[in-house]
Design a protein around this ligand. Structure first.
Ligand code: UDP
Length: 328
């Protein structure tokens, strides 16, 4: 049995693939559990052990926990397409909550009591104040945010009643790529990859959803944080879990950029003109979402080092240039 085995659910997805890569580089043994509904088999690092399946498959989980000494679970697997969450909430609640509970129950059954959970800034809804602290009210605007918030609460109950230790990360706008792993969704809805589709000649323009917000240029402000910095927070969580369990942390950069600023940076880095079409506002988009990451810095010692906009856009551009056909 290996000492440092971590089960990464959703390890074939964007953040999971980067986190797996980092864990392997630090000497962890990684088992990736992913049903490949949205993940990519080729996004799983070749040194990770890959198991195809659902997080709620109790017999599969039993075999995994029985056959391996799994120290902790990093739980990325989820349905995340925000736009679809309100039209078919059943699927979000079934996958993100019901299956998630099966995962927790299997962990308890086999004596694994440490989990790092991927939550989201969507739990805050429309913020009253920015930067947003973890103590801010939580009023999600869609079933996706709600499913994440509910799972956070389940973790609190499992902590109080069964001694489950959890660290919850509320991600702001994960962006950027490593050399080998990057952001690739189907359908793609996220700003930066869509902007880069233009210089990659995969689209002719970028839609900007609203330019009449109360912000410096009228477009929405978001807090973009590099996926490698996010992965690093997970490593710190594993290392500090014993002292810091049952805590919630924002993962953001603390600085916001407008949609137009992201586009201008992409134009500079790709040395292209990126035509813009102004569209109406997207439902449920707050004008400004910026994190206070002070708690993660103070308590976890988290120090985002590549989350400046230039590094984010450049790393993404380089990855997309090398992966014009995705992982194929
Ligand atoms: N956005 C945009 N055009 C697009 C995609 C996104 O103007 O094609 C805007 C979106 O309205 C939001 C910001 O870019 O203000 C970031 O959106 P994204 O979907 O990347 O992340 P979110 O903030 O919704 O998690």
């Amino acid at each position: 049995m290996r000492e440092k085995t971590i089960l990464v659910t959703g390890g074939a997805g964007y953040i999971g693939s980067v986190c797996t890569e980092l864990l392997l580089s630090r000497g962890y043994h990684v088992i990736v559990l992913d049903n490949l509904q949205t993940g990519h088999r080729k996004a799983v690092h070749p040194k990770a052990e890959f198991v195809k399946g659902n997080i709620g498959n109790k017999s599969l989980l039993g075999r995994l926990f029985n056959g391996n000494s799994i120290r902790a679970v990093i739980h990325f697997a989820a349905e995340t397409l925000v736009t679809a969450a309100n039209t078919r909430p059943q699927s979000y609640l079934a996958n993100n909550l019901v299956q998630g509970i099966h995962l927790l129950d299997s962990m308890l059954k086999y004596g694994c009591r440490q989990i790092v959970f991927s939550s989201t800034a969507a739990v805050y809804g429309e913020p009253n104040d920015v930067p947003i602290e973890e103590t801010h009210d939580t009023k999600p605007l869609n079933a996706y945010g709600d499913s994440k918030l509910m799972f956070e609460k389940i973790l609190t109950h499992y902590g109080n009643a069964y001694g489950m230790k959890s660290i919850v990360f509320r991600y702001f706008n994960a962006a950027g790529c490593t050399e080998n792993y990057g952001e690739l969704h189907n359908p793609e809805t996220h700003l930066l990859p869509l902007v880069l589709h233009v210089p990659l000649r995969q689209s002719d323009y970028i839609n900007v959803f609203g330019d009449d917000y109360d912000t410096r240029d009228g477009t929405c402000i978001r807090d973009y944080v590099h996926v490698s910095d996010i992965a690093n927070a997970h490593l710190l969580a594993l290392e500090r879990m014993k002292d810091l369990s049952n805590a919630i942390y924002n993962l953001g950069n603390g600085t916001g950029f407008t949609v137009k600023e992201v586009i201008a940076t992409a134009e500079r880095i790709s040395q292209s003109t990126i035509p813009v079409r102004i569209k109406s506002r997207r439902a449920g988009d707050p004008a400004k979402l910026v994190a206070s990451a002070a708690k993660a810095r103070d308590q976890l010692g988290w120090n985002p080092i590549c989350s400046d906009l230039e590094s984010i856009v450049e790393s993404s551009w380089l990855w997309h240039l090398r992966h014009k056909d995705g992982y194929d």
